[in-house]
Design a protein around this ligand. Structure first.
Ligand SMILES: O=C(O)C1=C[C@@H](OP(=O)(O)O)[C@@H](O)[C@H](O)C1
Ligand SMILES: C=C(OP(=O)(O)O)C(=O)O
Length: 414
């Protein structure tokens, strides 16, 4: 019964770093994710003058409720949207001139609704090149707070950035949201703000954040549910019935909506047990086709797409338009790579449909587009399709530098 140790959640580590930096006192993050995204976030904080002490299993941050310790900084956010979208909001609460730039793909990814909301709150934020894209400069002088309207229909990260900023403003924030995707990520934000002493209230489309700042704490990071999904998918898609994967530390109390991916696997025929101490997925040798809405858990769309050819009927994934503006256009990247393997696929503006059947013996080089999730997903396909290789296997470093070793070890045990 393979038990897999999954590294910490990217989303929880990023939020914990923000909250720790903003809190009054010293916070210890236990078992943070060590990957390009989260190291990049921590480096960003260091650039902004925060002290971040890092050992293997714990990171310590000296919080500064008054904002960055330097009055000028140049922050490179790498490929991480949490860094690129959350840190400008943190900087806005301080006093100084802070410039943020990012990778070529992150520069292409959208930001305008957040820019607009910050400007509506009085923040002096200027884009150097394209409006609504990195690089940008925040000339910060603290934030008064008040009411703001936000369209988070393309990314919930805009809302998370504003929620996290709320307690650092003088009057607090009243955020009215006109559209919202990836709702469970907002729930993670609210739960974590509570752990740092702040209670967000929600009245329908309105989120109310009180002023008053955060309290430092010791915070344990749970394993990453999106990462766990590749291992669960491997068990569900295994040819031999009874293949089983258990991930400890990710169970009924988990904050991450992406654990809901196991319910999709259950609908497809896998046996799933979610317990307080962990989750187990057991393959039954059959995978059924289905139609599923993945608006809430769209990081797991490529995982499902990658095992869809093994189902006994079509797999249709709906309401995932915003996967087109992630590390790559994931709908097209999945479709292109599946077609290369001989699979019949159609896509629309916000959906993908995959027909069953992988010609035996067919392999191909997968084009990763620098997207960790394309590589990790097609590694699962590779359990049943010989000859799969990747043009850029190393891009898994964004969230799981040790992926290939861990997945290879699982492969040997399944
Ligand atoms: O807030 C977060 O930590 C995240 C929110 C989601 O993004 P969107 O809200 O843009 O869908 C998710 O895809 C991303 O990997 C992490
Ligand atoms: C979309 C992702 O990351 P981010 O938006 O945080 O860059 C992801 O990890 O799948």
């Amino acid at each position: 019964m393979p038990v897999v140790t999954i590294p910490g959640s990217k989303s929880i580590t990023a939020r914990a770093l923000f909250l720790a930096a903003a809190a009054d006192g010293v916070t210890t993050l236990v078992r943070p994710l060590r990957s390009d995204d989260t190291e990049g976030f921590a480096e960003g904080l260091v650039r902004l003058g925060y002290r971040v002490g890092r050992t293997r299993d714990a990171w310590q941050v000296d919080g500064r409720p008054q904002g960055p310790a330097v009055d000028e900084a140049d922050v490179y956010c790498r490929d991480g949207a949490t860094t690129a979208r959350f840190l400008p909001a943190l900087a806005a609460a301080g006093h100084g001139t802070y410039r943020f730039d990012a990778s070529a793909q992150m520069r292409r990814r959208p930001l305008l609704p957040l820019t607009r909301a910050l400007r509506d709150l009085g923040v002096d934020l200027r884009h150097e090149e394209a409006e609504g894209h990195h690089p940008l400069t925040v000339r910060a002088a603290g934030v008064e707070g008040g009411e703001v309207v936000l369209d988070a229909g393309q990314s919930s990260q805009y809302l998370t950035a504003l929620l996290l900023l709320g307690p650092l403003t003088r009057k607090g924030l009243r955020i009215r949201v006109t559209d919202l995707v990836s709702v469970p990520y907002v729930e993670i934000t609210i739960a974590m703000m509570r752990a740092f002493g702040v209670e967000v209230e929600r009245e329908g489309d309105v989120f109310l954040v009180p002023p008053g700042g955060y309290r430092a704490t010791t915070y344990a990071i749970e394993p990453d549910a999106s990462t766990a999904g590749y291992f669960f998918a491997a068990a569900a898609a295994a040819v031999t019935p009874g293949a089983e994967v258990t991930v400890p530390g990710l169970g009924t109390g988990a904050l991450q909506g992406d654990l809901g991916f196991v319910e999709v696997l259950r609908r497809m025929g896998a046996e799933v047990s979610v317990r307080p101490d962990g989750t187990t997925v057991r393959g039954t040798g059959v995978l059924h086709g289905l139609t599923v809405n993945m608006r809430d858990i769209s990081d797991t769309m490529p995982t499902l797409a990658a095992i869809a050819p093994f189902a006994d009927g079509p797999v249709r994934i709906e309401d995932v338009a915003n996967t087109r503006v992630k590390e790559c256009d994931r709908l097209e990247a999945c479709a292109e790579n599946l077609r290369r393997l001989g699979v019949e696929v159609s896509t629309g503006p916000d959906w993908i449909e995959i027909r069953p059947g992988v010609p035996s013996g067919s392999g191909a080089e997968i084009t990763s587009y620098g997207d960790h999730r394309i590589v990790m997903s097609f590694a699962v396909t590779g359990l049943r399709v010989p000859g799969i290789s990747f043009d850029d296997p190393g891009c898994v470093r964004k969230t799981f530098p040790g992926f290939h070793e861990e997945f290879g070890a699982l492969r040997a045990r399944l």
